[in-house]
Write a protein that binds this ligand. Sequence first.
Ligand code: SF4
Length: 470
Amino acid sequence: MLAEIKGLNEECGIFGIWGHEDAARLTYYGLHSLQHRGQEGAGIVVAGGGNLSGHKGLGLVTDVFQSGTLDALCGSAAIGHVRYSTAGGGGYENVQPLLFRSQTGAMALAHNGNLTNAIELKLALEGQGSIFQTTSDTEVFAHLIRRSQAPTFVGQMKEALSQIEGAFAFLLLTETALYAALDPHGFRPLSLGRLGSAYVVASETCAFDVIGATYEREVSPGELLIISGEGVRSERFAPERPRSICSMEYIYFARPDSHVDGINVHTARKNLGKRLALEAPAEADIVTGVPDSSISVAIGYAEASGIPYELGLIKNRYVGRTFIQPSQALREQGVKMKLSPVRGVVAGKRVVMVDDSIVRGTTSRRIVAMLREAGAVEVHVRISAPPITHPCFYGIDTSSKEELIAAKHTVEDIRRLIGADSLAFLSQEGLLAAIGRPEGAPQRGQCLACFTGQYPTRISPIAQPCMTVK
Ligand code: SF4
């Protein structure tokens, strides 16, 4: 599925390293492997020579950093960030890490997620005299740290962490330590790894593989890690709760070679496909998946159904994002530019087309039409998730409720609107069972709020759903 044209986007990816002389370059490689999590901006801050310095810009990691830029970032610790703008909007000032300097020293901050009480806190802080440099919810956290009266920096961080609500995986860098914190529900993934004597922390484990680091463990919900010359120390800022990791990480966002909360993403997707084949069989000649995330699902569907898997759709990898505009007309054009049916494979065939979600319905309609134009005689659409009926407040841009096709249409209506011969969504139970978490305990491990409307946290009455700022 093609996120930027479908209207389903991740907000950010973060990477941090402590104790390696080539910290900036390794962070660059780490961010490069997390590029799928955000393409609007990238930045790196290093700690070295008793100071913090950084570079950031709008665009892809390879656009923002050249060899000379990285050479100038000297230090043995670094944090980096790739951004997709939802909360706070785009613009250079919102590209992270955010760097703050004060009498007591400098600190840099990188955040993945979305704070659901950011507006409330910001109003209160402004009432007390705070002035904000950015429109990002991340800056609220820095102000809370600075306003804390706790006697130690760790105490100040813990006090600030206990005031914010929603989804957050934070990396904070000072001259003396790297801090990593995950919200009490653990909405977003965050893993700890080792590279020789150095420590690394990243949104996804694929960032460890690319630099040759080994996976150690997950940062647990409500945990604050303090990484310094003395090693890793773990503290808690909130009691451990049942984890509510975002289901969309498995369904769509994370790279297939990553492990999310200890579960391999490709394997989870293949199991989604197998379960989908059991729940929603189809009489067809071939199974095809919409690249990239649904390839693994389609392989699983084919394996369980006995219908051969074929490469019926090809993604054009060299289309620049500059072509993709948020207007509906250009979004539709974007589908054609990014995806092509393989005529020789689909012509004359009954096709099962597997995809990961239907958001507005526009993309699915275009792909079904494309397959028919290429000669498919029947198109049976199978979706590896339940219908998305509610917006996300935790950092995923799922559009507003008004734009979500499943919020106001039945499955049969949607089938007709997208022009498919049949349409089926995976059940909630199927989703949990396929990923590897037990049926009947929906809140034990995964957030399902965009399918159920049951949000694991309080949502402030003035919180905004995560949406692309147009
Ligand atoms: S509401 Fe949906 S997209 Fe948002 S965190 Fe929960 S599962 Fe993920």
